[in-house]
Design a protein around this ligand. Structure first.
Ligand code: ATP
Length: 464
């Protein structure tokens, strides 16, 4: 059974050092969160899993890391300056301000009234100013990127030519994005600063784009299941035209059951969009509109592709799987959450994280912390394991408490050093999920743990 609600995860995350409310010493900052010692490990493990899966294990995807602040013209021609809007409405009764598309049954979420102002657009790009300029100098205006995708499009030719890529191929990027969300909330689900894992997969304009969308949906379902997400908690939403972004001809959202306690439990975990050739054309100097005029008089490059076999030049189409690190982390925490009753009738939380995601793989615990030989042996084991897996030494409580703490943060194995260990050079290895214990020789320990820490298998990528 996953976590009953997000609040359960909020309190676990704070209690155990995954995620803290940001700027708490000044009363906090609405919907900003800081990742603690365990949270940063969990995020890194999600990102590493994604990068390994797409960039290393496949042969058709390259990685990049572009700037967060780009030339303002990028956002003009991508359409974000004109259209990256949320539609705002105000409740005339309580003066609350909301996103029009998130209102259910026309009722104000604060006071229940149905008396609204007209909807009006609100651009959600966060603005900043570059250089030591006057406050009102319009040339200094810049944006913090609202998506990582544009950094990929403007580098399409750089990557394609330097790596001699032929279609189809993809470019992947992980990084922070920023949106001035009207109603952020629900912990790390919707924040103004967040991290994305985006991949643009470039294909020929004559390919069957619908099938590519289906292909990537399937691939991501496999990846999420390798992270431990139960398929029953995922739901596919074919986004209707009126809800799609301006560049998309088809979008499928993978939704996660973030709100099991609600009648409508689903919220977007990621989206897979066919962005057509919109972005590459929009940034290209040679693309003409229907009247034969350049659509982009500012661009100095043409981001078209020359296809050797057909001797044709064209703007590739793009299939974009766009996922959020933070929403993935929240889904993973909710799905891993479980409770178990011990033989004293006490309820214990066990975070059944996939071993590849667990912040700590093994905790080395001395049974007696006042015995220098035992402590010395436990610390030496920690040091010897560290080069192959993330291990910690902990002697800050009795053994029962230490086990419970490791269960709650998802550590797959506890390794206990006891009096007997000094004689037989063996330790007790306790399994997080079964609580079963095995006696293992110290000389075999690293191999024993590594074998059991293998990630859940992701099937080899199918050819496209
Ligand atoms: P929503 O409809 O929930 O606002 P979106 O459709 O605008 O999301 P996309 O533009 O498709 O989101 O962004 C891709 C992914 O980036 C999302 O699926 C989500 O995982 C993540 N993401 C987007 N906005 C936020 C946010 N404010 N906070 C956290 N993650 C976000």
């Amino acid at each position: 059974m996953p976590a009953p609600n997000i609040d359960t995860i909020v309190s676990l995350a704070k209690r155990r050092g995954f995620v803290f409310p940001s700027s708490e010493v000044y009363g906090g900052l609405g919907s900003a969160w800081d990742y603690g010692p365990l949270g940063v490990e969990l995020c890194n493990n999600v990102k590493q899993s994604w990068w390994r899966w797409l960039v290393y294990e496949r042969d058709d995807i390259e990685g990049i890391d572009s700037s967060i602040i780009l030339n303002r013209l990028v956002w003009k021609y991508s359409g974000h300056e004109a259209t990256f809007n949320d539609w705002l409405i105000d409740c005339r009764k309580c003066k609350g301000r909301f996103r029009a598309d998130k209102i259910v049954d026309n009722k104000c979420p604060s006071c229940g009234a149905s008396d609204w102002t007209e909807a009006r657009p609100f651009n959600t790009m966060l603005q900043t100013k570059l250089g030591a300029v006057a406050d009102d100098d319009p040339t200094a205006l810049a944006y913090l990127r609202p998506e990582t995708a544009q950094g990929i499009f403007i580098n399409f030719l750089n990557v394609q030519t330097t790596l001699r890529r032929k279609l189809p191929f993809g470019i992947a990027q992980i990084g922070k994005s920023f949106r001035n969300e009207v109603t952020p909330g629900n912990f790390i689900l919707r924040t103004r600063e967040f991290e994305q894992m985006e991949m643009e997969y470039f294909v020929s304009p004559t390919d069957e784009h619908w099938k590519f969308v289906d292909y990537w949906v399937e691939q991501y379902l496999e990846w999420f299941s390798s992270l431990g997400l139960n398929r029953e908690n995922l739901y596919l939403y074919e986004v209707p035209e009126e809800e799609r972004a301006h560049y998309s001809k088809r979008t499928v959202d993978i939704m996660y059951r973030y709100f099991p306690e609600r009648e409508k439990p689903w919220e977007e975990l990621m989206g897979i969009a066919w962005r057509t050739d919109f972005d590459l054309s929009a940034h290209s100097k040679n693309k003409l509109d229907a009247e034969g005029k350049r659509i982009n008089p500012d661009s100095t490059e043409d981001l078209s592709y020359f296809d050797e076999p057909t001797k044709q030049r064209f703007y590739p189409h793009v299939i974009e799987p766009a996922a959020g690190v933070n929403r993935t982390v929240l889904a993973v925490l909710m799905d891993a959450y479980s409770e178990k009753t011990n033989d004293k009738g006490e309820t214990r939380v066990i975070l059944k994280l996939s071993p590849q995601l667990a912040p700590i793989k093994a905790a080395i615990l001395p049974l007696a912390k006042n015995k220098p030989e035992i402590v010395g042996m436990a610390k030496a084991i920690k040091r010897s394991l560290q080069p192959v897996l993330r291990a910690v030494y902990d002697d800050t409580g009795g053994i029962g408490k230490l086990y419970a703490r490791q269960d709650e943060i998802g550590t797959p194995f506890c390794v206990t050093v006891d009096h007997q260990s000094l004689e037989d050079e063996a330790v007790t290895v306790r399994d997080r999920d079964t609580w079963e214990q095995e006696r293992i020789k110290v000389s075999d320990l690293a191999e024993h743990l590594q074998k059991r820490l293998k990630p859940y298998p992701v099937p080899a990528p199918e050819a496209i």
